[in-house]
Design a protein around this ligand. Structure first.
Ligand SMILES: *[C@@H]1O[C@H](CO)[C@@H](O)[C@H](O)[C@H]1NC(C)=O
Ligand SMILES: *[C@@H]1O[C@H](CO)[C@@H](O)[C@H](O)[C@H]1NC(C)=O
Ligand SMILES: *[C@@H]1O[C@H](CO)[C@@H](O)[C@H](O)[C@H]1NC(C)=O
Ligand SMILES: *[C@@H]1O[C@H](CO)[C@@H](O)[C@H](O)[C@H]1NC(C)=O
Ligand SMILES: *[C@@H]1O[C@H](CO)[C@@H](O)[C@H](O)[C@H]1NC(C)=O
Ligand SMILES: *[C@@H]1O[C@H](CO)[C@@H](O)[C@H](O)[C@H]1NC(C)=O
Length: 413
């Protein structure tokens, strides 16, 4: 595939209204209060379940141990430089290592227990010692093996392998809620009983670094194959994504030119290719950006400029606390995951395209022929709005979310 080149584009969109979620933010108990506040996407909604009592509701299952049923957790570095992945376990049996060095092109295979919940991120520009790693982004208290989450800004891959009321669903997402440092892609490794889940339903990617964006090619990314065309954002260009991060949120803004020719701040100033971006919340800890305090309400907390920019550039990623409907993937439990840093391709746009079909799979554990036909239907995929259009929640998806929330209420109340 050819790297994409082109002109910058800009978008206008209204803030998204979120009338369906009544979830509160739960702070991770793993994050020490001394670090920057980290707002993980483990909302109460993560506890919801698609199994209505009337449709074959099942009692919670006791998850198998890691020894009985090891789940693959694979980390691959497709970046041009060495990175130092960090892994934090929130619950369940964690991977063999919680932080290590990974050279360009290297892969590390690990396993976790079937009830693992945790996150994976990439650390960059580390100076290492025996068991130390002091990193420019993602640093975890200077340790090579991470005990806690990494320092913001980081792109996060988050997993709850046995989520839902019954533990029969896997919840996962790519989160930019804590900022962005590296492109991330997720590749599903199906279990024997989940092989029929279409790859273009599950393999999400977020690519917001110039140079990593490939020309539009439905089958050319490794996330899928020619039978299952990938829905992805078509609006971005390598030229355009260089400037997506609001100027004042750059973690390492380019220094002011000495001669004063350029006004400052000014987007005309060349930004570095590797330009980590702090989220509005992580940057200011402002309740209005973090949806905390009196803003802890989906009808009150508005998308920030950062959230709009992040959602435009990575439609499938979490951009702020109340972003659940178009950011959380839910599938039947079973398979494992590969987290790829700097994948080749484009940011995916799966949830706004296949949200309803995914919901059907998650609730039934089955892939019907009709769903499979839709997954293979290029006309359908290309007819869906892309990119910034997602900021207006499609009516179909809105209806699904409303129905699901109603079901949850019926189960839990
Ligand atoms: C790592 O896992 C992948 C996918 O399951 C497999 O193809 C590969 O052989 C494994 N590599 C090693 C070194 O075990
Ligand atoms: C920091 O790491 C990034 C990502 O690996 C790389 O692109 C960049 O060149 C590094 N910067 C320095 C100063 O080494
Ligand atoms: C799309 O990607 C595939 C696989 O990498 C490649 O064979 C094909 O030539 C690409 N098509 C275009 C138009 O780049
Ligand atoms: C594409 O992937 C699906 C599911 O993994 C597989 O069943 C199918 O044979 C693949 N098709 C091609 C053309 O490789
Ligand atoms: C697949 O099998 C695993 C292990 O037995 C189980 O935990 C999971 O719920 C199954 N998934 C489906 C969709 O049946
Ligand atoms: C593919 O999707 C289009 C648009 O939604 C629809 O009109 C067409 O009937 C579908 N084709 C198949 C084979 O399902």
């Amino acid at each position: 595939m050819q790297p994409e080149s082109g002109h910058r584009s800009s978008h206008c969109f209204p803030p998204r209204r979120n009338e369906y979620v009544a979830a509160a933010l739960i702070l991770s108990t793993l994050v020490p209060t001394a670090t920057a506040t980290v707002y993980p996407s483990n909302h109460k909604l993560y506890k919801f379940d698609y199994h209505p009592k009337s449709q074959g509701y099942q009692e919670p299952i006791r998850p198998l141990s890691k020894r009985q049923n090891p789940i693959p957790l694979i980390v691959t570095n497709s970046c041009g430089d060495t990175i130092w992945p960090g892994l934090a376990t929130q619950s369940g049996e964690g991977p063999e290592s919680s932080g290590f060095e990974l050279g360009p092109g290297e892969t590390r295979n690990m396993t976790v227990g079937s009830s693992w919940a945790g996150r994976v991120w990439g650390r960059t520009n580390c100076t290492t010692g025996d068991d130390t790693a002091t990193c420019a982004t993602g640093d975890c208290f200077g340790r090579l093996e991470c005990e806690f989450s990494g320092q913001v800004p980081v792109t996060l891959a988050e997993f709850t392998l046995s989520g839902g009321v019954t533990g029969r669903q896997t919840f996962y997402d790519i989160s930019l809620v804590d900022g962005y440092n590296l492109p991330v892609g997720l590749v599903y490794h199906p279990a024997g009983n989940t092989t029929n889940i279409p790859p273009n339903f599950v393999n999400a990617a977020c690519i917001a670094t110039p140079g990593y964006l490939m020309a539009p090619n439905r089958t050319g990314t490794y996330y899928t194959n020619s039978s299952f065309p990938m829905p992805y954002d078509t609006s971005q260009t390598n030229g355009g994504i260089a400037d997506w991060c609001p100027w004042d949120l750059q973690a390492f803004p380019p220094s002011k030119p000495g001669d004063g020719i350029f006004p400052y701040p000014d987007d005309q100033i060349q930004r570095p290719v590797f330009d980590p971006c702090k989220s509005a919340c992580a940057s200011t800890n402002d309740p209005s950006a973090c949806c905390t305090g009196k803003y802890d309400d989906p009808n009150v907390c508005k998308r920030s400029n950062y959230a709009n920019a992040a959602k435009t550039i990575c439609p499938d990623a979490y951009s702020f606390a109340y972003d659940d409907q178009t950011s959380t993937f839910i599938i039947p439990s079973g398979g494992g995951w590969e987290v790829v840093f700097c994948p080749e391709g484009r940011s995916t746009d799966i949830l706004s395209t296949f949200g309803a079909q995914l919901q059907q799979i998650a609730s039934s554990g089955q892939v019907t022929d009709q769903v499979k036909d839709t997954a293979m239907n290029l006309t359908y995929i290309e007819s869906r709005p892309s990119g910034a259009a997602n900021l207006k929640m499609p009516n179909l998806l809105a209806g699904v979310v409303a129905a699901v929330v109603a079901v949850v209420a019926a189960i839990t109340l």
